[in-house]
Design a binder for this molecule. Structure first.
Ligand SMILES: Cc1ncc(COP(=O)(O)O)c(C=O)c1O
Length: 414
């Protein structure tokens, strides 16, 4: 495959969707909908009795509970809402500390910041590139209440180690599984380890319920009893006998907590019907993306300057993204030099996905400053993502591998 397009540097920097001048772009969505998925949505439009809080939601929750192995599952409008519900149920506030990975998408941490608790940033593991249990443990103080872990890029965090730390220090564990539905450790799925698991079905994820969608998995019966009210404005049935159906009113409003306002984090029935349909092919699609990641890794394996996350035995990493690390220090080059080559010479629109959160103005303004994360600092400055979606052709994978190889060779020769 030859490079036929002249690269331009215009376009938005978010990295999604076609940008003129690039041969390989990040797609706006991970894959197209199948006819049976489209039919599932149209069927709700034609036949559903209610459009929210109905049987499709109940079915999606039952399907997700069965799929994930979690004790309870509650569908919500997105993962940020799932994280918000988890943060509320952790019962934290000013004076408490939440340990969170410095490297993740901003939505992991914002719901915890909203409680008034202090966020303490943990480092990443130098091999797996997700949050390091040892770093977490070193940051525990008497104020620590919650460990927030993120199965970032599809890689499971070492949950046995996290659960052991949480038990020793009596801490709550929240798993951000937004990028990892179907990832597992020795067959046990992410989202079934901690007190809460928070999943995203946003348009760029491997399950996408029409742009927005999410799921909260819950471990304890106590939290599960609180969730429906917190999710839906505290609406619940009146208890006791009702002589007339309209007295005292249609439904009651209350939650079993003294100091928390509920919200509306509900998701529509059409999205839930689609979610149930998408779950049927999730493992198959994850297999496809794992196979393509394995191919691309193999094609790039002969370049010592390029490395990948180590996948421990028994871990199912579902490659939500394909991230590489480039070390060109031996010849005085860095990640930005390689990305210059990829954009200008190969028309490959590689991106750097997110800053460590403590580098963003929002977190700095809110006082969530850095807390000693040397592995992350070094790793992040030299890592990047290649365009990625489910079902890339061998030709595209070869083109990406050849482009990276050519880039490294050109930088070495300069
Ligand atoms: C790691 C992580 N957490 C949370 C979220 C928030 O998900 P949502 O867009 O469904 O609110 C995302 C979305 O990209 C994410 O990647």
């Amino acid at each position: 495959m030859s490079n036929q397009s002249k690269t331009t540097k215009v376009g938005d920097a978010s990295g999604r969707g076609t940008v003129a001048g690039y041969k390989v772009n990040f797609p706006a969505r991970m894959r197209s909908y199948t006819e049976s998925e489209i039919e599932a949505v149209v069927n709700v439009m034609r036949n559903a009795e209610v459009q929210t809080q109905g049987n499709y939601m109940k079915q999606f929750e039952a399907d997700f509970k069965a799929y994930s192995g979690a004790n309870y599952a509650f569908a919500v409008d997105n993962a940020t809402s799932a994280l918000r519900l988890a943060a509320i149920m952790c019962r934290i506030g000013p004076g408490d500390e939440v340990i969170a990975p410095g490297y993740t998408f901003c939505a992991s941490a914002i719901p915890f910041g909203m409680t008034g608790a202090t966020i303490v940033w943990a480092d990443i593991d130098p091999k797996t590139w997700v949050v390091d249990p040892k770093s977490i443990e070193s940051k525990i103080t008497p104020k620590t209440k919650v460990l927030l872990v993120v199965h970032l890029l599809g890689m499971p965090v070492n949950m046995p180690a996290i659960l052991a730390i949480a038990e020793k220090h009596n801490l709550r564990v929240v798993e951000d599984c937004a990028q990892a539905p179907g990832a597992s450790i020795n067959g046990k799925k992410v989202g079934s380890f901690g007190d809460f698991g928070c999943f995203s079905f946003h348009g760029a994820k491997n399950i996408t319920t029409l742009g927005e969608g999410g799921m909260l998995t819950v471990r304890s019966a106590e939290d599960a009893a609180l969730t429906p009210g917190l999710r839906h404005n505290g609406v619940r049935p009146f208890t006791g006998e009702r002589q007339r159906y309209w007295v005292p009113a249609m439904s009651n409003v209350d939650i079993d907590l003294e100091d928390v306002w509920p919200n509306n984090f509900s998701i529509g029935e059409a999205q839930c019907a689609l979610g149930s349909e998408l779950l049927k092919t999730l493992d198959h699609n994850n297999d496809i993306i794992i196979a393509q990641a394995t191919k691309l890794r193999a094609a790039l394996s002969g370049i010592p300057e390029i490395t990948f996350a180590h996948i421990p035995d028994g871990y199912r990493h579902i490659f939500h993204q394909f991230v590489l690390h480039f070390d060109g220090s031996a010849f005085g080059k860095n990640r930005n030099d390689l990305l210059d080559f990829l954009t200008e010479e190969a028309a490959v629109r590689a991106i750097v996905q997110y800053h460590p959160l403590f580098r963003y103005p929002l977190f700095q303004k809110l006082g969530a400053e850095q807390h000693n994360t040397p592995v992350l600092d070094d790793w992040w400055d030299n890592s990047f993502s290649l365009p990625w979606w489910i079902g890339m052709s061998d030709e595209t994978l070869e083109y990406l591998a050849d482009s990276v190889k050519a880039g490294v060779a050109a930088l070495k020769a300069k």
